[in-house]
Write a protein that binds this ligand. Structure first.
Ligand SMILES: NC(=O)c1ccc[n+]([C@@H]2O[C@H](COP(=O)([O-])OP(=O)(O)OC[C@H]3O[C@@H](n4cnc5c(N)ncnc54)[C@H](O)[C@@H]3O)[C@@H](O)[C@H]2O)c1
Length: 319
């Protein structure tokens, strides 16, 4: 029964990961500064005897080291999920990505070095690649030219981790996530569209012309993939995680949300194929490297999106 530290533990992926580790019989220390994460999301976990939570800013290595020291046992794995997940916010104010994405990785690595924790699992992103258009993106493509500040800070975080593995960190896994969907949703296109429709049930305003096409993975498949990779033996491993299809359009998502939430609403698209500055309008993700290790997703993009719409619509009714 190992002790795992999850940073960003009160966020969407962190909560799902904690639940899974507890089901597997492990112990979890979750930390989060609650800048976007919410204590309510932890209600079900906090009653668990093998779960603890501390409110901490992970860009402060001393605070993090202190929490690690007082965790009650040696930590075997760090799952670094803390980051700014709001890409437009990071473009409006670059400090947000610097502090919450780059400096949290810096803080986590310093604290891990002090505490001699041997394994890091890092939530990176397809945003590190930049805009490759219709080209299939596999782990070896380059040059890597992220077009959002968020992607830039994720790529810089990967670089810090690679250097740490050279110097002192025994093992690291880099997970490059696509768009991940499911509950508890804290952000993302499905949540945005559902909230807009609840506010104005007759009209759904969509950012961009709806032709943006991306890969979507359900969070249950994501967690399975992370567990699978963590059991592989490499010292420094980088994997794209995603569905095996070519993705779905924003138009498909908007229509499915409308059909579920307010079927008579009119959908209004805006000009251009980018939802916001730094949005990569189309990407095709190769997950061949991961599939060759024996992992396959249970849902494609279309099914993942449809299931998540149902789940998030229920979440929002209860909100
Ligand atoms: N969900 C996706 O579609 C997606 C896609 C690609 C990558 N990722 C990455 O996966 C990870 C988890 O994303 P998520 O969807 O759960 O987002 P989220 O916003 O729900 O969770 C991130 C958590 O990090 C916390 N956090 C931010 N700054 C912090 C700090 N300084 N100290 C401590 N906690 C801090 C936030 O409060 C939040 O709870 C993030 O690193 C994100 O960049 C997510």
């Amino acid at each position: 029964m190992a002790l795992h530290l999850i940073t960003g533990g009160a966020g969407f992926v962190g909560v799902n990961l904690a639940r899974r580790l507890l089901v597997d019989g492990e112990r979890v220390l979750a930390v989060d500064d609650l800048s976007r994460g919410q204590l309510e999301l932890l209600a079900e976990l906090e009653v668990h005897p093998r779960f603890q939570f501390r409110q901490i800013d992970c860009s402060d290595p001393d605070a993090l080291f202190d929490a690690i020291k007082h965790a009650g046992d040696r930590i075997a794995h760090v799952w670094h999920m803390a980051a700014n997940s709001d890409i437009p916010a990071g473009i409006a104010d670059p400090h947000i990505d610097l502090n919450r994405t780059f400096l949290t990785t810096f803080g986590v690595l310093l604290a891990m070095r002090l505490a001699q924790i041997p394994e890091l699992h890092f939530a990176s992103s397809s945003a590190i690649y930049g805009d490759f258009g219709e080209l299939e993106i596999h782990e070896e493509v380059g040059p890597l030219e992220p077009i959002s500040n968020y992607g830039a800070m994720k790529l810089a975080s990967e670089a810090q981790i690679r250097a740490a593995v050279e110097a002192y960190l025994p093992r690291a896994n880099i997970f490059r996530f696509p768009n991940v969907v499911g509950v508890p949703a804290t952000h993302g296109v499905i949540l945005d569209l559902i909230r807009k429709l609840r506010a104005t049930p007759n009209r759904l305003e969509v950012l961009g012309d709806g032709t943006q096409k991306k890969s979507y993975l359900h969070v249950d498949d994501l967690i399975e993939a992370m567990m699978h990779i963590s059991r592989l033996k490499g010292r420094y491993q980088v994997f794209n995680i995603g569905p095996t299809d070519k993705g779905v359009t924003v138009r498909m998502i908007a229509e499915a949300v409308r059909d579920r939430v307010s079927p008579t609403a009119m959908i209004a698209y805006s000009q251009g194929n980018r939802g916001w500055v730094g949005d990569v309008p189309r990407f095709r993700y190769s997950v061949r490297k991961l599939v060759e290790t024996g992992w396959t997703p249970t849902l494609g993009s279309d099914e993942a999106v449809r299931r998540a719409i149902e789940e998030i619509a229920c979440q929002e009714v209860g909100a």
